[in-house]
Design a protein around this ligand. Structure first.
Ligand code: APR
Length: 252
C-alpha cells in the first residue's frame, strides 16, 4: 500500500495510471464522496438546517416509511431538489472519459443521483436505484404519479397505490440485474477503482473484496482512510474531483 503523503501521491498516481494503461477490464465502484463536490451531502455527513434532527439511517428504511411516509417523502423531496440543482463535477467527467480510454469498463454506483449518466457515462449499474424515479408500492414497478390532494402523498396514476422513491433502503435487497452484473465485473476486472465510498455498506463493499481475491489491482480514492485502505494496492488520499483527472493525465 502506498501512503497518501504529498510526495507519495505522484508515485501512487503513476502506478495506478500504469495499471490502467495495461487494463483489459476496469471495474469502478463509486459512493457518495464523488458527488460531494457537486454539493450533495454524503451519508456520513451530519445533516444541516431543516433536517439536522434526523439521520439518513433513520429515514432511509422501510420501517420509517411505513411509520411516517409524510416525513420520509419530505426528506426525499428536499434531496431530489439538491440532485436536480447539482451538476456533474470533474470526477464524474473523468470517469466518463476513462471508459473511452480502456478496452472495457463497468461503472457501478451506490449513488442515486444520476450524475454519472449526466456526465456521459453509459451502462451505469445503479446499485441503490435512482432518487428521481417513483416506484409503486403495490405493483413494485416504476410508475407515473398523481397527487393525492387529501394527504399530499404521491399515488400511482395507474392503480392508486402509494408511491415511494425507487431507491434501495437499509435492509432491502439490491436489484437483481445490477447485483449480478457488478459481481461478474468484480470477478473479471484487472483493475478495481473504489471512489468516494466508506466501504461500510454491504453488499457493495464486498465487490472490492472479490477483486482483491481475484488479484486485481485495487486502487482507492478517498479523502479519508476506510476499512478498505489497508488492503488496497494503491491509495490516493484526496478529493476525487482532483485525483481522477490527475489519473487520466498520468495515463496519457
Ligand atoms: N473525494 C473523495 N472521497 C470523499 C470526498 C471527496 N471529495 N468527500 C467525501 N469522501 C468520502 C468520505 O471520506 C467517505 O469515505 O466519501 C465517503 C462517503 O461515505 P458514505 O457517506 O458512507 O457514502 P457511501 O459509501 O456511498 O454509502 C454507501 O450507504 O447510506 C447508504 O445507500 C446509502 O449508497 C449509500 C451507502
Amino acid at each position: 500500500m502506498s501512503s497518501g503523503s504529498a510526495a507519495g501521491w505522484g508515485e501512487s498516481i503513476a502506478q495506478a495510471a500504469e495499471a490502467l494503461r495495461k487494463a483489459r477490464h476496469v471495474c469502478v465502484l463509486t459512493g457518495a464522496g464523488i458527488s460531494a463536490e457537486s454539493g450533495i451531502p454524503t451519508f456520513r455527513d451530519a445533516l444541516t438546517g431543516l433536517w439536522s434532527k434526523f439521520s439518513p439511517q433513520e429515514l432511509a428504511t422501510p420501517e420509517a416509511f411505513a411509520r411516517d411516509p409524510e416525513t420520509v417523502w419530505s426528506w426525499y423531496e428536499w434531496r431530489r431538489e439538491l440532485v436536480r440543482q447539482a451538476q456533474p463535477n470533474a470526477g464524474h467527467l473523468a470517469l466518463a472519459e476513462l471508459a473511452r480510454r480502456v478496452p472495457g469498463l463497468t461503472l457501478v454506483t451506490q449513488n442515486v443521483d444520476g450524475l454519472h449518466q449526466r456526465a456521459g457515462s453509459q451502462g451505469v449499474l445503479e446499485y441503490h436505484g435512482n432518487i428521481l424515479r417513483d416506484r409503486c408500492t403495490v405493483e413494485q414497478i416504476v410508475a407515473e404519479r398523481s397527487e393525492d390532494t387529501r394527504t399530499g402523498l404521491p399515488r400511482c396514476a395507474a392503480c392508486g397505490g402509494l408511491l415511494r422513491p425507487d431507491v434501495v433502503w437499509f435492509g432491502e435487497a439490491i436489484p437483481a440485474g445490477p447485483m449480478t452484473l457488478a459481481a461478474a465485473a468484480a470477478e473479471d476486472c484487472d483493475v478495481f477503482l473504489s471512489v468516494g465510498t466508506s466501504s461500510l455498506v454491504y453488499p457493495a463493499a464486498g465487490l472490492a473484496e472479490v477483486a482483491l481475491r481475484r488479484r486485481a489491482t485495487v486502487v482507492e480514492i478517498n479523502l479519508n482512510e476506510t476499512d478498505l485502505s489497508p488492503h488496497a494496492d494503491l491509495v490516493l488520499a484526496g478529493p476525487s474531483g482532483q485525483m481522477l483527472p490527475a489519473l487520466l493525465q498520468a495515463m496519457s
